[in-house]
Design a protein around this ligand. Structure first.
Ligand code: PFF
Length: 449
């Protein structure tokens, strides 16, 4: 029995869903904090170059393969080659992508749960419910477990609705809210004392840092993580895209929204840090660098909000809700990867597939919560620093070497009969064939050595 597949109902719906997958904690938290500790604009410039030179072509590889095959990552990569050994390689790559998406979701749900906890804690505190408010922000296994399960429940509820009524509908509601909240918060913070120094730290490059190997790998990892690459989320969203759409164009729009929001988040986070500094909150570590990562989000910003009384409660709630929304539109795309596979490979109903994948990932995530010190960092490093770029190379190899050139051109011709004369056709096939795998490979190997 053939499974009826979902399809995005409109171009905007697709762009918001794919940008929703791309825009997440990586943009609003990861990018600005990495920029802060890696030479400000030096990191920004490196990131922008890598995003357009390496990540955009890889994004296109996923979207095009998805749209061409209208299948999930495992079946899509399996169906591209004719030779048996290559089919097996495609299947294994797809399964590795599925596993990586699940691993990423297992740690992402923990962090997103913290965001939910912080966003509820401020209004509860203001209403006098101090005990609940404090419990939600104290780092305990029971709180981490509770919030992770809550966030996984939300993710499963959206995915259960399917492509049109779950993913597309919620992305259309949440993404405009996210963008409006981000702009409003940045605009407000920029009016406060100290914000301009933060702006300088963000926009003046520390050129000494531009060419260090670590910075390159960080910026590459950041760009890959940010565009949700290598793990089949973009491939599966591409597979739900109508044949009428021009993939290179909508892909560029998705990349622009993603990069734009990361850059915009820098206009909020860095100025906010220096506003905190002006109010006496410590923002530098003992070694003199800016505090970053979890300290920044969970101590510097809360300390800043505390100096603002009632305004602080509003700002804090809006900020952590913003983070929660960004995380949710990303987590649904991660869960959709195994769910689509279970539906299409084993003909499970969407309900069963969502339950099976969601509960499985939540159980693993619970294991990470209960062995936090040993597993949390390890899962992040394996899935995002190594697995994602390596899978990115594999997808480029499939698109550039294994997929027949005429089949690719037929795919592009679906909605652009002049594709053969277009810039995309002249540059991209060469690009994904040689340039992307080589450069990504060099950066990954350099970091391992
Ligand atoms: N792009 C998301 C972010 O920037 O937070 C993270 C992500 C989503 C990574 C989906 C991988 C993925 F499959």
């Amino acid at each position: 029995m053939a499974v009826t597949r979902g399809e995005f109902q409109s171009r905007v719906g697709f762009i918001l869903a794919a940008a929703g997958s791309a825009v997440g904690l990586g943009n609003i938290w990861g990018f600005p904090t990495q920029a802060a500790s890696n030479g400000g604009a030096a990191f920004l410039i490196t990131y922008l170059i890598l995003a357009f030179v390496l990540a955009y072509p890889a994004l296109m590889a996923e979207l095009l393969i998805g749209r061409h095959t209208h299948r999930n990552m495992v079946q899509a990569l399996e169906s591209l080659p004719d030779a048996r050994p290559l089919k097996l390689a495609g299947k294994l790559t797809g399964l590795a992508g599925l596993l990586t998406a699940s691993l990423i979701l297992s740690f992402y749900a923990i962090v997103a749960g913290w965001m939910l906890g912080f966003s509820a804690s401020y209004p509860l505190g203001a209403a006098g419910l101090m005990e609940a408010s404090e419990w939600l922000v104290a780092f305990t296994p029971s709180r981490n477990l509770f919030l992770m399960l809550g966030f996984m429940g939300l993710t499963m509820a959206v995915v259960l609705g399917g492509v049109e009524n779950g993913i597309e509908r919620w992305s259309r509601r949440l993404m405009p809210l996210l963008i409006a909240t981000l702009i409003a918060l940045a605009a407000y913070v920029l009016t406060l004392d100290g914000a301009l120094i933060g702006l300088q730290a963000y926009l003046l490059p520390d050129l000494g840092k531009v060419l260090s190997g670590d910075l390159l790998l960080d910026a590459l990892g950041s760009a890959f993580f940010s565009l949700s690459l290598g793990v089949g989320t973009m491939l599966i969203y591409g597979s739900y895209l109508s044949d009428q759409e021009n993939v290179p164009r909508v892909g560029a729009q998705v990349a622009l929204v993603d990069v734009g929001i990361a850059v915009l988040a820098g206009f909020l986070i860095l100025p906010a840090m220096y506003v905190a500094d002006a109010r006496g909150v410590a923002i530098f570590s003992e070694s003199g660098g800016l505090l970053s990562e979890d300290t920044l989000i969970f101590s510097v910003l809360p300390a800043l909000f505390e100096t603002m009384n009632t305004t602080g409660v509003w700002l804090a709630t809006a900020f952590f809700l913003l983070m929660s929304i960004a995380a949710l539109t990303s987590s649904i795309s991660m869960l959709e990867v195994p769910v689509a596979y279970l539906i299409e490979q084993f003909e499970l109903s969407r309900r069963r597939a969502t339950l099976l994948a969601g509960v499985g990932i939540a159980l693993f995530s619970a294991l990470v919560v209960l062995n936090f010190d040993a597993l949390f960092g390890l899962v992040i490093t394996i899935s995002t620093r190594y697995s994602q770029p390596i899978l990115g190379i594999a997808v480029c190899v499939f698109a550039g070497w294994i997929w027949h050139r005429d089949a690719l051109l037929r795919e592009l011709n679906k909605n652009d009969t002049n594709a053969v004369n277009g810039l995309f056709w002249r540059i991209w096939p060469f690009y994904v064939k040689y340039f992307c795998p080589a450069i990504i490979g060099i950066i990954v190997i350099q970091s391992i050595l």
